[in-house]
Every structure is written in structure tokens, then in C-alpha cells.
Design a protein around this ligand. Structure first.
Ligand code: OGA
Ligand code: MN
Length: 287
């Protein structure tokens, strides 16, 4: 059994096979996975059912885990996991569609990268498919490395030093969700450089998505115009990949060079539990 990396979409995404990621991994195979993430941005593994501990062990190979945002409303708050699910974590019962917890998850259907609203952005996420609905609930990915590559040289120069404000309250507000003052206090707006450079490959991307509220110092219409144009470039069909989940699938994605979004499923008829760990880009020594 040898580790194989097979591209599965035109410009990014690869399937990794020939390795068990739910068992302790030697540095050799992990190094190949890490390099594949830098090269392909989204990695798909199949038939790798994981316990919570196994998911944490695998995720921590990439770096330190983030805590979970929005205590109370985020199914998974207080654990290292973010759960995209219509199942009550304590009772297992289906959460009614008008429940605040379901409303909170609606913003996942807008193109986003995880945790760009945090002071230290995320390196990557690991999502494990625990319960998969028989229809619907696919996840779509798009390459913001491809968006950057599609720019002209003058356009690249124009955006090189831009700083973008990311705001969780703004992005949740787009779907009509309002935070309590206490929730708001945990997620003040933050600023990040728009253009990101992958340390291993030197390839540039743009960190955008629903939390990106504005370009600092730009008039609102120009700012919105740029962010929308970059997202439109990223989400051109040839720059996207859609994943229909099977139980035991695991996907690792880059949060600085790719965006993703959830798609509809019938939350009243079917059950879905996807469990995410989010890896911080902070250096381990800065803990
Ligand atoms: C996530 C996410 C999409 C989905 O876990 O960060 O956006 O389809 N998931 O559940
Ligand atoms: Mn997400």
C-alpha cells in the first residue's frame, strides 16, 4: 500500500489513497500529505472513519487547533469541534429548522473560508463525515489561488499590499442572524493582508469569503467591487470542485487559498453530522 496523490479537478483538489489517517502516521506519509495540501489545497480521503480522538490526533499534525467560536449557538462549542449538523449534540434529536442553531449554520452556504474573522487566521480545516444524508448536503470548494493567478500583472500589483477587514457579525448578519452582545464581544473585527503567499510553494492566493467585509481605506463600492470580483474569479466553474459525501470521508482544506460552501439538504427528513477541527496558522511556540 503506497500513498498516492491523484488530482480530481482541473486546477486543485486531490484524492489521497494508500494511507490510513485514523492511525498514528509516520513523518514520511504525513510529510507527503502536508506537501499535497500545499500543492492541491483540498485533499479528499475515503473510508477513514474516525473517533473524536483520532480526528484530533490527525488534525494536530498540521498545527495547533483553534477553539470553537460562538458558545451556545455553535453545536460543538466548548469542544475542539465545530459541528455542521441538524442533530442536537446531547439528545441526538433533529433540531427544528427555525431553531437559532440551524439559522446560525445557514451562513455556511455562502462562500467562505473558516476563521478568517479570527485575529490569527486558520491554516486549514479537517472535516469528517459522520452521518451523511441520502441526498443533498454536498460541499463545494473554489480556488482563490486560481483567482489570484487570473489577475493581470497590474491588478496583482494593485492588490499586493491591501488589508481587508473580516467581521463575523457582518457575515452572519448577511443571513439575518444577530449575535447577543456577549457573543459579539468574542469576535471583534480583525484585519488581514489580502494576498497570502504559501510558504512551501511560493504561490499566492487571496484570503476572501463571506467574512471579508471591506478593503481598509477604500470607498465602499470599490471595496465591494474588488472582493466580489475576486470571489467571482475563484468560483468560475473550472476553479471549483463539488464533493458528494460518503460516511467515512475526510476532507482537509486550505483556508487561505480556497473557499468552500455547504449546500442544501432536507433538514427535516434527513440527518447530517459533519465534524470539523480547525487548525490555526499560529506558530506552535507562540502558544
Ligand atoms: C465547515 C463547512 C460545509 C458543509 O465545516 O466549515 O463550511 O457542507 N462545512 O458542512
Ligand atoms: Mn466552513
Amino acid at each position: 500500500m503506497s500513498l498516492t496523490v491523484t488530482p480530481i479537478a482541473p486546477v486543485f483538489c486531490a484524492r489521497i489513497s494508500g494511507v490510513s489517517i485514523n492511525k498514528p502516521l509516520d513523518d514520511g506519509p504525513f510529510g507527503a500529505i502536508r506537501a499535497a495540501l500545499d500543492a492541491h489545497l483540498v485533499l479528499v480521503f475515503s473510508d477513514q472513519p474516525m473517533t473524536d480522538e483520532q480526528q484530533i490526533d490527525f488534525s494536530e499534525r498540521f498545527g495547533p487547533l483553534e477553539g470553537t467560536a460562538a458558545a451556545g449557538v455553535n453545536p460543538g462549542a466548548g469542544t475542539p469541534f465545530a459541528r455542521q449538523s441538524n442533530l442536537d449534540i446531547k439528545t441526538g434529536a433533529v433540531i427544528p429548522p427555525d431553531d437559532r442553531r440551524m439559522f446560525y449554520q445557514k451562513a455556511n452556504m455562502l462562500w467562505h473560508a473558516d476563521s478568517t474573522f479570527k485575529a490569527i487566521p486558520s491554516l486549514c480545516s479537517v472535516l469528517t463525515a459522520r452521518v451523511v444524508p441520502p441526498e443533498g448536503g454536498a460541499t463545494e470548494f473554489a480556488s482563490t489561488r486560481a483567482a489570484y493567478a487570473s489577475l493581470s500583472e497590474p491588478q496583482k500589483a494593485e492588490i499586493e499590499d491591501l488589508v481587508v477587514e473580516h467581521d463575523f457579525a457582518y457575515s452572519r448578519g448577511l443571513v439575518g442572524f444577530t449575535f447577543t452582545p456577549e457573543e459579539l464581544a468574542h469576535t471583534p473585527p480583525v484585519r488581514h493582508r489580502l494576498v497570502r503567499t504559501n510558504k512551501a510553494t511560493g504561490l499566492k492566493s487571496v484570503m476572501i469569503g463571506v467574512h471579508a467585509k471591506c478593503v481598509v481605506g477604500w470607498p465602499e463600492d470599490e471595496s465591494r467591487g474588488l472582493l466580489d470580483d475576486l470571489l467571482a474569479r475563484a468560483t468560475r466553474p473550472e476553479n471549483t470542485y463539488r464533493h458528494d459525501w460518503r460516511e467515512g470521508d475526510v476532507i482537509v482544506w486550505d483556508n487561505q487559498a480556497a473557499v468552500h460552501r455547504a449546500t442544501e439538504y432536507d433538514t427535516t427528513k434527513h440527518q447530517r453530522l459533519m465534524q470539523r477541527t480547525t487548525i490555526s496558522s499560529r506558530a506552535v511556540s507562540a502558544k
